[in-house]
Design a protein around this ligand. Structure first.
Ligand SMILES: NC(=O)c1ccc[n+]([C@@H]2O[C@H](COP(=O)([O-])OP(=O)(O)OC[C@H]3O[C@@H](n4cnc5c(N)ncnc54)[C@H](O)[C@@H]3O)[C@@H](O)[C@H]2O)c1
Length: 632
């Protein structure tokens, strides 16, 4: 667990066992003829507010309007609240006291009721943010201070934002208003506290469930020590999946997760002391950005493509780059399979007409896919997996690839593209994005396709000449098409998009969503984090897109692992090993891989002293050196 810079506690049903306003209501209605009726109505409104079905501000007003409150009721309620403190809060008073400087109580309840309890727990009164009653001269309660942010809807979220907390924090509570805090404050995580009440829906949305305060107090103590040992900083942009954010935090790393992409001018400021940078397709990592990174070990592309990263510049700086090339394979395959059926049945024109009130049941050239020939261009991960699904739907599958491939099932390789185009009823393209693939589908290729055939491209935008595609669709040579990728794609949802194929019948256009499924995003998150951790902990660079590949066995106990990245020049390995020899450090195992530019050598040694590291850095042509984090 990461040590948070601040902890925010909810009060009602978290610090105390119940809801303070309900306790106050009970006391004020003692002997009231409609007590039961009003009490249950207050409970109902409280529950609705906690579940998020009624907004907090109107829930507060409604509840107060049902009551006739005065100061005496408050004094009685305080006595009751003092006896209603949640057991694990009482038991962990020393933890609360010791961390009082970073603990805040943020509540939609009332300061008049909260402060006496907070004093008992040793928390700071000036760290309590809550509503305040308005009294008249007779000390009757006539309302609440409505200028207080906490009397408003999403009040807790607004209040926390206004406090401008620095660093990472945790919000611990039981209600929807606590969850709202993290929606508006990216530096907070939400822990559902369930010692008093467990709202299943809320627990599902929480980063974790805390059944008592004991767990937090114990982890806090042990991770405080861990933080002192290492201080790895992770900076994530573009809404990287929470599975990745949580995995990094569980390792005890300091994580900053931002939902948007980052412009170069901002990134150069933020990257200085970052060890792991995580991006998706929009944040550009160029030589200038890399030159500002003093500690950077790795850039993780939480996507397939790595065009947004200057890979060679990263390599020269000893920065390894990982992506997740296979995590969305199945998602693309399923979309392609679905589109093939939808195009063959001409579902889109029929559906569009019916949306406009036109019942068109006329016979069309709609057909089954069973028995038809599917031609797959590019028989890689996606193409090959699609062939299995297509065969199981009863299709005959042909494929064409530049390199020799193992044919799965009954699929047959075509010796050239022309043969595939001449023989296929449906052609689907799944080639990679190499520059030579620009416009590999143009006039000639569409002409070679069978009359009435269907074309799909879910691979890269630049491979199709869209003018030629539009021409052959208009001529009726092609019966339909589906595109998911385009030569120029908008950078954000707010940018407009125009294409010659818009509004053509039986043409399906999707906004590059082939890999955009919940499953794919989660897989991507897990894959990139795992690759980084394998690199960081063991030194494995396997699967990187810019580094010499090394797969390394676990370190034997008692040894130290040294990771050395250097310019690939003659004599460098001898210099490194000479250094070890001169220091009386014994080499127990060594793993080396090089490419044209750099060498990456991982050495397991005994009798290594930490202070040798700075001397090893001085060996000429060294780019980067580090030792494994568990080394003493
Ligand atoms: N639409 C999306 O959201 C989405 C998601 C994931 C991947 N993709 C794209 O799908 C494509 C395929 O992905 P993959 O994981 O299967 O890639 P891959 O590298 O495993 O397979 C590509 C195959 O195409 C072959 N190839 C390259 N150029 C060729 C050519 N001119 N003619 C014939 N074969 C050629 C290669 O030899 C390789 O076998 C990639 O371009 C990838 O970027 C798109």
């Amino acid at each position: 667990m990461n040590v948070p810079q601040f902890l925010i506690f909810d009060f009602d049903s978290t610090v105390i066992k119940g809801e303070s306003l309900e306790i106050l209501a009970e006391i004020s209605m003692s002997g009231h003829p409609k007590k039961e009726e009003i009490s249950s109505e207050i409970k109902r409104i409280t529950e609705a507010a906690m579940n998020g079905t009624v907004d907090f501000a109107s829930a507060l007003k409604k509840r107060l309007s049902l009551l006739d409150l005065n100061e005496e009721h408050i004094l009685k309620a305080i006595e009751e609240l003092k006896n209603s403190i949640t057991p694990s809060f009482i038991q962990n008073r020393s933890f609360l006291k010791a961390n009082a400087d970073r603990i805040y109580v943020v509540s939609g309840g009332f300061k008049e009721l909260i402060l006496p309890v907070v004093r008992i727990l040793g928390l700071r009164e000036d760290h309590v943010y809550a509503n305040e009653f308005l009294f008249n001269l007779a000390r009757k309660i006539v309302g609440v201070d409505e200028s207080n942010l906490l009397a408003q809807s999403r009040g807790k979220a607004k209040l926390v934002k206004s406090l401008k907390f620095k660093g990472e924090g945790i919000v611990i509570g039981d209600g929807a208003t606590d969850l709202e805090i993290i929606e508006d404050n990216a530096n907070c995580q939400f822990y559902a506290f369930t010692e008093n009440v467990r709202r299943a829906e809320l627990v599902k949305k929480a980063s974790r469930e805390i059944k008592t305060l004991d767990i937090l107090a114990t982890e806090y103590a042990s991770s405080s020590k861990k933080e002192m040992k290492e201080d790895i900083k992770v900076l994530l942009f573009e809404n990287v999946h929470p599975v990745a954010v949580n995995a990094f935090r569980q390792k005890g790393f300091l994580v900053e997760a931002v939902s948007s992409a980052c412009e170069e001018s901002e990134l150069v400021k933020k990257i200085a002391d970052v060890h792991f940078l995580g991006i998706r397709s929009k944040t550009q990592v160029n030589e200038n950005v890399l030159s500002h990174a003093k500690n950077l070990l790795c850039v993780g592309a939480f996507c397939i493509g790595t065009d947004q990263i200057q890979l060679e510049a990263a390599e020269s700086k000893g920065v390894v780059v990982f992506n997740a090339p296979f995590s969305s394979t199945r998602s693309v395959v399923e979309l392609a399979a679905g589109l093939i059926i939808v195009l063959a049945r001409q579902i889109f024109p029929k559906s569009t007409a019916l949306h406009q009130g036109i019942w068109d049941k006329s016979t069309t050239s709609a057909c089954e896919v069973r028995g038809k020939t599917l031609g797959i261009v590019g028989y890689g991960n996606i193409g090959a997996q699609l062939s299995i699904l297509a065969e199981s739907m009863g299709m005959r599958v042909l494929y064409y690839d530049l390199v020799e491939k193992v044919s799965l099932g009954n699929t047959k390789a075509c010796r050239d593209l022309k043969t595939l185009l001449n023989s296929s009823d449906i052609v689907t393209v799944h080639v990679d994005g190499r520059a030579e693939n620009k416009s590999i589908f143009g006039e000639n290729e569409f002409q070679e396709m069978k009359d009435g055939s269907i074309f799909l491209n879910l691979s890269r935008g630049h491979i199709v000449d869209l003018k030629a595609l539009a021409k052959y669709l208009k001529l009726g040579k092609l019966n339909g098409a589906a595109l998911d990728v385009y030569p120029q794609e908008p950078r954000s949802n707010s940018e407009p998009f125009a294409l010659e194929l818009q509004n053509m019948p039986n043409v399906i256009l999707t906004p590059h969503i082939g890999g955009s499924t919940l499953e794919a995003q989660k897989n991507i998150g897990e894959t990139v984090v795992n690759r980084f951790l394998e690199f960081y902990e063991a030194g494995s660079s396997l699967g990187s897109v810019n580094f010499p590949q090394l797969s390394i066995p676990p370190l034997r106990s008692g040894l130290t692992r040294i990771f050395h990245i250097h310019e690939n020049v003659p004599g460098i390995l001898a210099a490194i090993n000479g250094f070890f020899g001169a220091k009386n450090v014994n080499i127990e195992a060594q793993y080396l891989s090089t490419d044209n530019k750099i060498g990456y050598v991982v050495t397991d040694v005994s009798s290594f002293k930490t202070e040798f590291l700075s001397e090893l850095k001085k060996v000429p042509h060294t780019i980067k050196v580090r030792m494994n984090s568990d080394s003493k």
